[in-house]
Design a protein around this ligand. Structure first.
Ligand code: NIG
Ligand code: FE
Length: 426
């Protein structure tokens, strides 16, 4: 694709707008739209970190600026690299046939009950080699970078036996070491009850709590543990048991909550002080009150509603106006959201959930970084933080969601290294 240039310092200049996202993190309420806009801006990057950022004239006058390699942005827009805080990166095959079945009228849950859905993906993954899974994931990772993503969370959850779950988490670790997009690993052994434990769900929960979660922690296979707490998956009581066991082993907590049915999963996330509660389409008013003062990031995944053709998106406006921490992510997965494009997620957030472009960008960068415990080093462009950034070939940041469905990402940089460049494609 390109040869990453081993440059120690860059002067990134002539940016019509830099969205710094500076200031207190996470951003809540009206602060969510405070994106720290710098017009006619420039930035100095040294040893992978931001050394200076501000108006072009001031930055260009710095002594170090003259020695740096100049990247002229010709009036483009620069923002922090997207932090995609919810993905299921490793899967064996698409589920395009189910997509067509749903278009014909079958629902996601009907397909799942007939052993399509997650179980379909599990059976395929168990038969796939680690080499094949990694090779598919590498293609996806390059595309994530080409859409401006520099950090992502990735879950296991299509293995659901120990060897297969471990295979996924080890593959993620290896991918994280061999390519530049940073991968934060999450154990999702509690995705659904696997076929061999059907009608013995509690026995599976015990296996997770007594054996697999301690092994995940001991082998440092994941930083977070997630549970799909929903109708057709795990109950609130089972989820509480699993998440409590994970917390006792030192794992951070994430929850798939209130997607298909309102179960009380979001309240559980607050009770256990989870890092993130994700989906939230079926939240009620009392749930919002519980979330609004908590430190749980409410991660909305509008790609799911779009792909499943559902009209009812998550209550972004109510959550923002209540002061909750709102994040956005792709939920990249073969069943409900086969997109890896954060710009597309921004378009859906703006048009379908009435977030402003500024709010959507803050949710997809600094707040998502907060939900992964990485807001001290990424998610905003501030002196001392990693030079993780995306450049878009537009002159006004609102055009990023506005031009939906077409990728306008021009350049992506991770820790000061160019990991994608549109210019290098020609
Ligand atoms: O986040 N809802 C649970 N997990 C995924 C869907 C996984 C699948 O259908 O393969 C989600 O939507
Ligand atoms: Fe998911």
């Amino acid at each position: 694709m390109h040869s990453p240039r081993a440059q120690n310092s860059w002067l990134i200049t002539n940016c019509s707008e830099i969205l710094s996202l500076r200031g207190k993190a996470p951003k809540r309420g009206h602060n969510l739209s405070d994106i720290g806009l710098i017009r006619d801006g420039a930035m100095l990057v040294r040893e992978g970190r931001i050394a200076a950022i501000g108006p072009r004239r001031r930055i260009e006058a710095l002594r170090d600026a003259r020695r740096a390699h100049k990247l002229d942005m010709n009036g483009r827009v620069v923002l922090p690299g997207f932090v995609d805080s919810h993905t299921h990166l490793i899967f064996a095959a698409s589920r395009a046939a189910e997509y067509e079945q749903r278009i014909g009228g079958a629902t996601y849950e009907q397909i799942a009950r007939a052993d399509g859905g997650i179980v379909n993906s599990v059976l395929r993954l168990r038969k796939s080699s680690s080499a094949d899974l990694k090779s598919r994931a590498r293609t996806h990772l390059a595309r994530f970078a080409a859409h401006g993503t520099t950090t992502m969370e990735a879950k296991s959850g299509y293995g659901l036996d120990w060897e297969s779950e471990r295979k996924i988490l080890v593959a993620l670790r290896e991918l994280g070491n061999e390519q530049p997009v940073e991968i934060v690993r999450t154990f999702l052994g509690a995705h659904v009850v696997p076929p061999e434990f059907r009608s013995r769900a509690d026995a599976y929960v015990e296996l997770l709590c007594r054996e697999w979660i301690p092994k995940v922690a001991a082998e440092n296979l994941a930083e977070f543990c997630d549970v799909y707490c929903d109708r057709g998956a795990f109950t609130v009581a089972q989820s509480r048991r699993i998440l409590t066991a994970a917390r006792a082993c030192g794992l951070g907590l994430r929850v798939h909550a209130e997607q298909l049915a309102r179960t009380g999963a979001a309240r559980l996330a607050v009770e256990l002080n989870a890092a993130s509660a994700d989906h939230l389409e079926k939240l009620n008013a009392a749930d919002i009150r519980a979330l609004e003062k908590s430190n749980v990031t409410c991660t909305l995944l509008p790609g799911c509603c779009f792909h499943l053709g559902l009209a009812h998106y998550g209550p972004a406006r109510k959550l923002i106006d209540a002061g909750a921490i709102v994040g956005l992510a792709t939920d990249f997965n073969p069943g409900t959201s086969p997109t890896l494009s954060m710009p597309m997620i921004l378009s859906l957030a703006c048009t379908q959930m009435r977030m402003t472009p500024a709010e959507a960008i803050a949710a997809a960068t600094i707040n998502a970084a907060y939900s992964l415990g990485r807001h001290d080093r990424t998610g905003s462009l501030e002196v001392g933080k990693f030079a993780d950034l995306a450049v878009f070939d537009v002159a006004d940041y609102r055009e990023i969601p506005y031009y939906f469905g077409v990728n306008h990402c021009w350049l992506t940089m991770k820790r000061g290294r160019i990991i994608y460049s549109r210019a290098a494609q020609h």
